[in-house]
Write a protein that binds this ligand. Structure first.
Ligand code: ADP
Ligand code: MG
Length: 282
């Protein structure tokens, strides 16, 4: 399903003439079947951008194309519910939204809302737990008693439960320790590689994001300041830092290494691959 922003602006109104222009003239495309990263400092407009994708918000100006839908100001979205079905958002701190007594009920909730039949629900829940790498013993636990990483996985499973084509994760590494991040990286890669989902990850945790993202959209102050292939975009270290955007540590390290050995190092996503590359030269 195609997602395209055409000259999109969004303003929060505090009452005229006070307003906050959260997004300004944003034009971009989300790549299908890839992992897309939306990156930028706090307040740069990342969350606003994803809420425009599933029609939670409508643009103040411009058009957001989502599949067959054309989302623009002042029009009612026909089939808005269907859109929520096709695009699953895992919000920042999703565990704050848990309100049922067991993990099973929590995962089933969305499916029931979207009209899944009971016999298909059990089958689907099992599949989702497997996808996120949780054991089925967890089904009858109280969601509030789980670890941070487990809670995050349950939240992702609840969204996968209605089988959306597009999965959006807002700050998914927040509050996770290194083990939690590790399994999240594996899960996100698998959503793309094994299940052919289009994934959008919003994050300021550039070090983790760099390991799995393909296409990046960089926001600063509501504007896109760079976008495209992650290797190309992050090579512009000075430009990004001038705009308050963090650069992954691995990028700096590769640049230092290249100076030292006076050779280009092949683009890599993670430290293990980097060591393999550097070993060829030393
Ligand atoms: P990010 O997710 O990158 O931190 P947001 O999209 O949440 O950024 O916010 C972009 C800008 O819009 C910020 O300046 C923020 O303060 C403002 N903003 C966000 N939500 C609201 C709201 N409900 N009302 C007014 N201003 C808001
Ligand atoms: Mg946000």
């Amino acid at each position: 399903m195609k997602i395209k922003f055409e000259d999109v602006s969004y303003s929060y109104l505090y009452g005229t003439p006070l307003q906050k222009d959260a997004l300004k003239n944003v034009s971009t495309e989300i790549l299908e079947g890839k992992i897309n990263g939306i990156i930028g400092p706090s307040g740069s407009g990342k969350s606003t951008m994803i809420e425009l994708i599933n029609g939670l918000k409508l643009p103040t100006k411009g058009i957001v194309y989502v599949g067959k839908h054309k989302l623009r100001n002042n029009i009612r979205i026909i089939g808005a519910n269907k859109l929520r079905f096709e695009i699953g958002i895992v919000f920042q701190n999703p565990e704050e939204q848990f309100f049922l007594k067991t993990v099973k009920k929590e995962i089933e909730f969305g499916m029931k809302y979207f009209g899944y039949k009971t016999d298909r629900i059990d089958e689907r829940v099992k599949k989702d737990l497997k996808m996120v790498g949780l054991n089925k013993d967890i089904l009858y636990r109280n969601p509030f008693t789980l670890s941070g990483g487990e809670k995050r996985k349950v939240a992702i499973a609840s969204v996968l439960a209605f089988n959306p084509k597009i999965i959006i994760l807002d700050e998914p590494t927040n509050g996770l320790d290194s083990t939690g991040k590790e399994s999240l990286v594996r899960l996100i890669k698998m959503l793309k590689e094994k299940y052919d989902k289009t994934v959008i990850v919003v994050s300021h945790d550039v070090d983790t994001l760099y390991r799995f993202v393909d296409n990046v959209i960089i926001l600063a102050n509501g504007k896109i300041i760079a976008q495209g292939n992650k290797y190309e975009v992050f090579k512009r270290t000075d430009y990004l830092t001038e705009n308050g955007v963090k650069v992954p540590k691995i990028v700096y390290f590769i640049q230092k290494m290249e100076k030292k050995i006076s050779k280009k190092v092949k683009d890599v996503d993670n430290v293990i691959d980097l060591i393999k590359e550097i070993n060829k030269y030393v």
